[in-house]
Design a protein around this ligand. Structure first.
Ligand SMILES: Cc1cc2nc3c(=O)[nH]c(=O)nc-3n(C[C@H](O)[C@H](O)[C@H](O)COP(=O)(O)OP(=O)(O)OC[C@H]3O[C@@H](n4cnc5c(N)ncnc54)[C@H](O)[C@@H]3O)c2cc1C
Length: 485
């Protein structure tokens, strides 16, 4: 043992981070007989898990599911650990029963399938949420979090120390992880972990330095939990962990306004909306961007202009579309969204100055700072394509009601849109036993990982995959940490 540390507390297993993965790991460690303690840096638990939609992916055929997930890695040339994927597929199949073991009244609802239906094996992919009474965009996440947190705190009485951020891992003479130094009220708290430490502290969505060194595209905003600042990446690096998937993100579009630190999620590309880059040109089929892969649609760098012309880009629409419905189908999700109600006719957001308004397209271009002749040409070209029923540039499907898609009725509107991270995937690499490994693949004794920190997902992501991984690898990490070194 490190002779310089005087322990303030001793338990069997310390879990760092009280989101979906940390809660699941704590339950599993406790149920395997370990005295378990959870550390959470924020004043409340839940993390990104509670800001999410709350869906998790499952399947009805393991070999088809494995083929589908494997194809996503092959297509994106991301690093894939076949054994980890296999275990994920096997363990995910047990998740519905495990959830019901926490509360036999838990009822699941299926809400969709594969993010990429064109890929072989996609028909086996199912997505689920937990039914319940709550309403609103994060209702399913609330149902999930209530289930997990009550299993931790009310049913098992596992202690959770809030506002107690882990600062560093303590290693023994052989490099094995034997404890954690946390901070509470500006004082160090040294906690000995006799059997193991589980890192479940989420990603680096709110750590610009780590984002800049690992993810292409800038600026990147985030939709999720501001407490996810990459602490787990640094703690794991310090004790010799290998990092992987650092360029992997799940990324949507967002609107960044000064009122909130996180961005507001924008599910856009709906009828009557086009996207233009900072030169005023369309650049994509707006209706065909997979909602977690938005960054891949905009991270183009122009090496002549020396800029990212699509970050930010502009959402353009007219008065008909303004009145029809809220711009975004996902307003209400994420940390900022859950405390803001978007107006039905978008008027409040115009009044807030979040949406620019002008009587003519040329005037709108000048307000947005893009070349007015280009924007006028682009809007004219779009209206002609709608009339012809064919988008010759990007093959966007045209609605039957062509008039609704045209941008021809003033006033005209524009909104600055950024890529906005749902979460990051990278971090310390783990094996199929959830042990964090060094750069040579050797497990670091006593150290385990779960959740989006060091996720198995790479560049191309299946919706629902992160929470499913929290539940699957949370259980594996908890059980193996409890079993000891
Ligand atoms: C808008 C939105 C929608 C989403 N929808 C879905 C979805 O439907 N399905 C899906 O699979 N995924 C979804 N995601 C992603 C998913 O929610 C996350 O990837 C997942 O919940 C991460 O869980 P986690 O337990 O790993 O981390 P988190 O839930 O983020 O928990 C990590 C916790 O660790 C704490 N922490 C950080 N540093 C420290 C430290 N030093 N010491 C102690 N504690 C620390 C944080 O405060 C946080 O509470 C969504 C995310 C967002 C933002």
């Amino acid at each position: 043992m490190n002779p310089s540390v005087r322990w303030d507390k001793t338990v069997d297993v310390v879990v760092i981070g009280y989101g979906g993965a940390g809660a699941t790991a704590a339950i599993a460690a406790h149920d395997a007989g370990a005295a378990t303690l959870v550390l959470e840096s924020a004043s409340e638990g839940g993390g990104n898990t509670l800001a999410s939609f709350g869906g998790f992916v499952g399947h009805d055929d393991p070999s088809k599911a494995l083929a589908y997930f494997t194809a996503l890695f092959k297509a994106s040339h991301s690093e894939r650990d076949e054994q980890l994927l296999r275990v994920f597929v096997e363990e995910s199949a047990k998740t519905p029963d495990w959830l019901r073991s926490l509360d036999r009244d838990v009822a699941l609802q299926s809400y969709g399938g594969a993010s990429y239906p064109q890929v072989a094996g996609a028909e086996a992919i199912k997505r689920y949420v937990i039914k319940g009474k709550n309403k609103g965009a994060t209702a399913f996440a609330q149902h999930l979090w209530r289930l997990l947190s009550s299993a931790v705190e009310q049913q098992r009485h596992i202690p959770v120390l809030r506002q107690t951020p882990a600062q560093r891992l303590v290693t023994g003479r052989n490099g094995d992880v034997v404890g954690v130094i946390a901070k509470v009220n500006w004082q160090d708290l040294a906690i000995q972990a006799k059997r193991g430490v589980i890192l479940a502290s989420g990603g680096y969505e709110f750590d610009q330095a780590t984002l800049k060194s690992s993810v292409k595209g800038s600026p990147l905003h985030s939709l999720g939990h501001p407490g996810n600042r990459g602490d787990g990446v640094r703690m794991a690096q310090k004790v010799g962990a290998a990092l992987w998937h650092m360029n992997g993100v799940s990324c949507a579009f967002g609107l960044k306004v000064p009122a909130f630190a996180p961005a507001l999620m924008m599910s856009i590309g709906n009828v009557g909306q086009i996207f233009v880059d900072r030169n005023g040109n369309r650049f994509v089929n707006e209706g065909a961007i997979e909602r977690h892969a938005a960054l891949l649609a905009v991270d183009f760098f122009d090496s002549q202009a020396l800029s990212y012309p699509r970050i930010p880009f502009y959402l353009i629409f007219d008065e008909k579309t303004r009145k029809r419905a809220p711009l975004s189908r996902s307003a209400g999700l994420g940390s900022a969204g859950s405390s803001y109600t978007w107006s039905k006719d978008n008027q409040k957001e115009i009044d807030n100055g979040w949406i620019s308004k002008a009587d003519t397209v040329a005037e709108l271009a000048r307000k947005l700072g893009i070349p007015d002749a280009n924007l006028s040409d682009t809007v004219g070209g779009w209206n002609a394509a709608v009339l012809a029923g064919h988008d010759g540039h990007f093959g966007r499907e045209m609605p039957e009601d062509a008039a609704s898609a045209r941008i021809d009725t003033g006033p005209f509107y524009g909104v600055e849109i950024h890529p906005a991270l749902i979460n990051t995937q990278g971090g310390p690499r783990r094996n199929e036993r959830a042990q964090i490994v060094d750069p040579f693949g050797k497990p670091i004794p006593g150290l385990y990982g779960a959740g989006e920190l060091g996720s198995l997902w790479g560049l191309l992501y299946q919706g629902g995959g992160n929470i499913a991984e929290c539940l699957a690898f949370g259980r594996i990490a908890g059980a193996n940490a409890a079993a000891g070194r």
